[in-house]
Design a binder for this molecule. Structure first.
Ligand code: C5P
Length: 218
């Protein structure tokens, strides 16, 4: 119970993943990319031919997700799905299954299991509110929608996907709206979260800010 947890929550493409990886690296902690669990659930449902709104069947898939992380890669069964998980359509599917309470429930325990010595950096939407409410530090990361669309664009292009900014901006706003308005764990900062707007911050500056807060809190 004394294993420290640092949560980084925020909207799509706010840079949570990069920030979480960098901070975890600095602290020598484990990292939980909780979005990957929802993405893997959406992918598993697609592969199994299960409709994304079939709550009991999607939740059953989530409860026994054959997911493994190894050397920075993510495997579903034996298949390396690291890149497939990043596809925009999988992200949209993730946001659909993430709205189902039974799916969130099914993934709860799995997320807790990432808390291991010497500590965990957890990134997602509800890490600070629902999964690790006792976390030592909760950061809520934001950035303008235009900035986030541009970052997502660069990320997709660099992974060999095709993309266009206007379409991405639209998807991103639709996903944010759905994440904020759902009744199960809507996207919102925890009451005790520190807000960090990184629209005009370099990644190094963001890492430094979070590490400074961490030093204060510990
Ligand atoms: O962060 P990422 O874009 O990978 O998350 C994909 C989707 O999974 C989000 O749009 C959100 O709907 C959902 N999600 C969630 N709770 C989390 C992490 C992700 O609902 N903790």
């Amino acid at each position: 119970a004394h294993i420290p947890v640092l949560c980084i929550d925020g909207p799509t493409a706010s840079g949570k993943g990069t920030l979480a990886d960098r901070v975890a690296d600095q602290l020598g902690y484990w990292v939980l990319d909780s979005g990957a669990l929802y993405r893997a659930t959406a992918l598993a449902a697609r592969c199994a031919g299960v409709a994304l709104d079939d709550e009991p069947r999607v939740a059953a898939l989530a409860a026994r997700l054959p997911l493994h992380f190894e050397a920075g890669r993510c495997f579903l069964d034996e298949e390396d799905v690291t890149d497939a998980l990043r596809a925009e359509e999988v992200g949209l599917g993730a946001s659909a299954v993430a709205a189902l309470p039974a799916v969130r429930q099914a993934l709860h325990q799995l997320q807790l299991s990432f808390r291991r010595v010497p500590g965990l950096v957890a990134d997602g939407r509800d890490m600070g509110v629902a999964i690790f409410p006792q976390a030592q530090l909760k950061v809520f990361l934001t950035a303008s929608a235009a900035q986030r669309a541009e970052r997502r664009y660069k990320q997709l292009i660099s992974k060999g996907f095709s993309a266009n900014i206007a379409g991405l901006l639209q998807d991103l706003e639709a996903r944010d709206a759905r994440d904020k308005s759902r009744s199960a764990s809507p996207l919102a900062p925890a009451q005790d979260a520190r807000l960090l707007d990184n629209s005009d911050l370099s990644i190094d500056a963001s890492v430094e800010q979070v590490l400074a807060w961490w030093d204060e809190k510990r």
